[in-house]
Design a protein around this ligand. Sequence first.
Ligand SMILES: Cc1cc2nc3c(=O)[nH]c(=O)nc-3n(C[C@H](O)[C@H](O)[C@H](O)COP(=O)(O)OP(=O)(O)OC[C@H]3O[C@@H](n4cnc5c(N)ncnc54)[C@H](O)[C@@H]3O)c2cc1C
Length: 97
Amino acid sequence: MQIRDVLIVGGGPAGITFANQYKRIKPEADVVMFRPEAHSMVYCAIPYAIEGLFDPTRVFKRDEFVTDAGVEVEASNEMRRQNAARGSKLFRYAPWQ
Ligand SMILES: Cc1cc2nc3c(=O)[nH]c(=O)nc-3n(C[C@H](O)[C@H](O)[C@H](O)COP(=O)(O)OP(=O)(O)OC[C@H]3O[C@@H](n4cnc5c(N)ncnc54)[C@H](O)[C@@H]3O)c2cc1C
């Protein structure tokens, strides 16, 4: 088992912001961000994507925003499976994911 300094659960704005801020304060820390989604997303753009005003993939936030800061990103299939088994509605906003 690999021991990490910090495990961030969730790849929303809070997770992304924390990841960046923490690495700025503690660059040597070993930080990993887990999220069930294949991509982090810019939620405010989703209604426009649903309306067909632009390509839905443009709501995805680039992983480089955190990986360039030295944070590892793990898009977890297992987390996705467990959330789905619990009837989670985590994906209600992004049916194309
Ligand atoms: C359609 C839409 C439009 C919006 N427009 C705006 C806007 O214009 N301006 C604005 O300021 N705000 C807007 N918001 C609100 C904004 O998106 C949220 O306030 C913001 O996303 C909250 O960020 P967060 O990181 O705290 O949580 P979230 O973005 O909800 O991220 C949570 C993360 O944790 C993960 N997670 C949750 N539960 C679990 C679990 N059990 N196991 C593992 N992972 C889990 C999720 O999968 C996700 O990755 C909008 C929201 C929506 C849905």
